[in-house]
Ligand binder design. Structure first.
Ligand SMILES: CC(C)(COP(=O)(O)OP(=O)(O)OC[C@H]1O[C@@H](n2cnc3c(N)ncnc32)[C@H](O)[C@@H]1OP(=O)(O)O)[C@@H](O)C(=O)NCCC(=O)NCCS
Length: 165
């Protein structure tokens, strides 16, 4: 009896993979540290109305603890989030992006969830994020961040000559 049930379950799985996956446009694959080309990143940023910088992703990738790539059934990059870190307990979530045509479908929330799980698995204790006030519903309500005091200095407006010069 048990064997029969297992065989039936297996048959169902095979049936789905052969006939339905390619017609399931809403199935999104989320991968930690998936390979992403610079061209894909530029295309993703353009898709949500951002200003892409060619060479940005290859330049910063080496400073990441990891990142999450979301791809649709055809392999198209539909979402991304980066996790930078201090090499120890502290990780920083940055550059969350969902393809413009696929926003408000839960992709951003899932990108962050996968980043959180992997940062925790890597041994980090804290994950920080900052954002414009309009995105409070996304980061606080949908993604589970809590409010904290934080400080910020805009470094490009700081004089780089020392007082003793
Ligand atoms: C911010 C962003 C990543 C959200 O991605 P998303 O895939 O659309 O988010 P989700 O579908 O998972 O949203 C989950 C919930 O978060 C909230 N939310 C999402 N985007 C929001 C927005 N722009 N403003 C306010 N709340 C938002 C909503 O409550 C949403 O649930 P709902 O659709 O049922 O109302 C996406 O809007 C984006 O790529 N923006 C451009 C780049 C950007 O500004 N990145 C943020 C850098 S800090």
């Amino acid at each position: 009896m048990t064997r029969h049930i297992l065989q039936r379950q297996k048959a169902v799985v095979v049936s789905i993979s052969m006939t339905e996956v390619e017609s399931m446009p809403n199935v999104i694959d989320y991968r930690w540290r998936d390979s992403i080309t610079d061209e894909e990143m530029v295309d993703l940023v353009l898709s949500h109305g951002g200003n892409p910088s060619t060479g940005w992703w290859p330049r910063i990738r080496g400073h990441s603890l990891g990142w999450v790539a979301a791809r649709d059934h055809a392999g198209l990059l539909v979402g991304f989030v980066n996790v930078a870190w201090d090499g120890g307990d502290h990780a920083f979530l940055i550059d969350t992006k969902t393809r413009g045509s696929q926003q408000r479908q839960g992709i951003g929330r899932q990108l962050v969830r996968v980043a959180v799980v992997n940062a925790a698995a890597a041994g980090c204790e804290w994950l920080f994020v900052d954002f414009g006030a309009e995105l409070a519903p996304f980061y606080f309500d949908a993604c589970g961040f809590t409010h904290t005091e934080a400080g910020l200095i805009h470094l490009t407006s700081v004089s780089t000559t020392s007082d003793t010069d």
